[in-house]
Design a protein around this ligand. Structure first.
Ligand SMILES: [Zn+2]
Length: 123
């Protein structure tokens, strides 16, 4: 069960990295680190598995912020200065979604971000 959960968390975060062209070797290695740490954490606290996917996304977000910059950026607000999306609920789950805190709108579910650009579909 836990393996399936971690595979789907990995797939979801990787999809969102790829959607924003941030799936560098560095980002993937941050993702692997986050998965490893959360796996240990989930083994200590099995009820926490609900939160794993969202927490892994937050871990990767933090790791990227320290190195390459903000991910994922909001592409929905035209006039606002550059700002990132955040995982809601803040605890990481259940059912984590990316939210723009500037406009208060839910942009996409975790793993469902679209690529930016007028030709791409809005998630
Ligand atoms: Zn926004």
């Amino acid at each position: 069960m836990v393996d399936t959960l971690f595979l789907s968390a990995r797939a979801a975060v990787l999809a969102d990295l790829q959607a924003r062209h941030r799936a560098s070797a560095q980002a993937v290695s941050a993702l692997e680190d986050a998965l490893e740490q959360r796996r240990w954490w989930a083994e200590q606290w099995p009820e926490g598995t609900t939160y794993v996917a969202g927490l892994v996304a937050q871990d990767v977000q933090d790791a990227l912020f320290e190195t390459v910059g903000r991910w994922p950026l909001c592409v929905s607000c035209d006039d606002a200065p550059e700002h990132p999306l955040y995982i809601h609920p803040d605890l990481g789950g259940p059912d984590p979604v990316w939210v723009c805190e500037e406009s208060g709108t839910e942009v996409a579910g975790l793993g469902g971000l679209s690529s930016p650009g007028p030709a791409g579909p809005r998630a």
